[in-house]
Write a protein that binds this ligand. Structure first.
Ligand code: CMP
Length: 139
């Protein structure tokens, strides 16, 4: 079934000029980029987006990292998009990511791990709504 998921190309990747290289991996997988914009997150936006991780020890560092430079927020569409994009990204920690995945090829560390992807359809809907209006998504 055709689904949507939400993606972020993180500051470590935009700084290293990897937006196009990462999008090439996404598109090669068959996922379609149906919404995309480059934005500078505010501290409040980053805190709100990652509110589920508020009590985690890495929360403050994560927020600082996510506002350290531009990010590219994206809506991806395709068959089983949530699970498929998680496969395409690879494990959260690039040290554990499989060859050919975005994180194995490009990520620097468990924090500077180049991309975010939704972990469920419910979170995908919530995360897409956080950043995009209906008019900004063209399937
Ligand atoms: P992401 O999928 O965006 O969700 C939460 C982020 O926290 C994660 O990717 C990592 O970039 C970051 N992070 C930093 N340290 C850790 C950690 N120890 N465990 C999980 N995520 C971490």
């Amino acid at each position: 079934t055709v689904e949507r998921t939400f993606s972020i190309i993180k500051p470590d990747a935009t700084k290293r000029n990897l937006t196009g290289a990462i999008n090439a991996v996404i598109e090669k997988s068959g996922l379609r980029i149906i919404g995309q914009k480059r934005v500078q997150l505010s501290e409040g936006q980053a805190e709100g987006f990652y509110a589920i991780h508020k009590e985690r020890p890495f929360f403050r560092d994560l927020v600082t990292f996510m506002i350290s430079g531009p990010v590219v927020v994206q809506v991806l569409e395709g068959d089983n998009a949530v699970a498929k994009y998680r496969d395409v990204m690879g494990a959260t920690n690039p040290a554990n990511a499989a060859p050919g995945t975005i994180r194995k090829e490009f990520a620097e560390s468990i924090e500077a791990n180049s991309v975010h992807g939704s972990d469920s359809q419910e979170n995908a809907a919530r995360e897409i709504e956080f950043f995009f209006t209906d008019q900004e998504i063209v399937g």
